[in-house]
Design a protein around this ligand. Structure first.
Ligand SMILES: Nc1ncnc2c1ncn2[C@@H]1O[C@H](COP(=O)(O)OP(=O)(O)O)[C@@H](O)[C@H]1O
Ligand SMILES: CC(C)(COP(=O)(O)O)[C@@H](O)C(=O)NCCC(=O)O
Length: 310
């Protein structure tokens, strides 16, 4: 079967930036660096600027279509946000990709308001996970309140003036009761999480079932070799000892005093038992549904980009 994707190497992808002059100010550069001090600015220029140009063309196309409908109907309905889904493993770089795109996309005059929501807010609270005996399944499909997530997306897409998403804290490792993120009719909403391209539950998809990706206007999968992702996961875990784990409110206070060797062992154990298993069983199989795949190398640099032809 012919591949539905066109593959670009770095040079070919970088060249796609050329036809629209895109410049980035020093202020914006330092803002991006502030998101993640490890981001290389070459990477932003070569990979993420062309991607923001592609997305800008898609958003512009959709805005024109909505305008045509409004003209035809003679009404002035509320704005409908363009929704971008970003999928991939724990620690592959979804949040970093999402925040770079949020910053770059908000520079375009026709869609300045770009909001970002992470799907961890739709995890069940620990109390429910404990009741169901699935505390060690955080991030697996059954750990999310899918109905709530779908309702949230439906409300955003129907143009409601204000839609609230629950908030998850990595520090306390639980949903924060009474805390909400409010989405107010952005031009673009980026939705980032492990599960955003997941198919319907069960072996037999029901025809009437709505799935998360039905609400997406565009979808991106961030991919890397599992051995590299594990390395980034362990690295991040070790760094957290000096930051989040040392906080008195941290759920993982006991990890703050681990030696390098112990930290590597604990992180690798969590990876094998939870995040790696979830990657293989539930996340990687969804890659084929993405409209665009970013293939990252060991140094976090994108080596190739796959773009769906249709
Ligand atoms: N483009 C990048 N360049 C350098 N480091 C990166 C890049 N993207 C992610 N990282 C690093 O990899 C780790 C995982 O990234 P993160 O965005 O938190 O992943 P996720 O949201 O998928 O869990 C972090 O330590 C982050 O600093
Ligand atoms: C919170 C997560 C499930 C990610 O959620 P997402 O925002 O992708 O929906 C994940 O980061 C996590 O905490 N996994 C559990 C195992 C671990 O502590 O790494």
């Amino acid at each position: 079967m012919a591949s539905p994707y066109v593959t670009f190497n770095r040079e070919q992808w970088r060249a796609l930036r050329a036809s629209t002059p895109l410049t980035i100010s020093d202020e914006e550069l330092s803002c991006l660096q502030g998101l993640n001090e490890n981001i290389s600015m070459t990477e932003v220029a070569d990979i993420y600027l062309p991607l923001s140009r592609l997305l800008n063309l898609y958003v512009g196309g959709m805005q024109e279509l909505y305008q045509a409908t409004h003209t035809f109907l003679g009404n002035q309905d509320g704005k409908v946000p363009f929704i971008i889904g970003i999928a991939g493993s724990v620690a592959v770089g979804k949040s970093t990709t999402a925040r770079i795109l949020q910053t770059l996309l908000s520079r375009w005059p026709n869609h300045p308001k770009v909001d970002l929501v992470t799907t961890d807010g739709f995890l069940y609270p620990n109390r429910v996970l404990e009741e169901r005996g699935i505390m060690k399944r955080k991030g697996f499909p059954e750990s999310y309140d899918l109905r709530r997530f779908i309702n949230f997306l439906a409300d955003v897409k129907s143009g409601l003036p204000e839609v609230k998403a629950p908030v998850y804290s990595h520090l306390v490792y639980d949903i924060v009761p009474g805390e909400w993120q409010t989405v107010r009719q952005p031009d673009i909403l980026i939705v980032e999480g492990l599960n955003v391209l997941q198919p319907p539950k069960g072996d037999e998809p029901r025809i009437s079932e709505v799935i998360v990706s039905d609400f997406f206007d565009y979808s991106i999968y961030v991919h890397a070799e599992e051995k590299d992702i594990l390395e980034w996961y362990v690295e991040r875990f070790k760094l957290l000892r000096q930051t989040a784990f040392s906080d008195p409110n941290s759920y993982f206070r006991r990890y703050a005093s681990l030696s390098d060797e112990e930290a590597t062992e604990v992180a690798t154990g969590i990876w094998t038992e939870i995040n790696g298993a979830n990657l293989v069983q539930n996340i990687l199989p969804t890659r084929v549904r993405a409209q665009l795949i970013l293939n990252k190398g060991q140094d976090h640099m994108v080596q190739s980009v796959k773009l769906r032809k249709l």
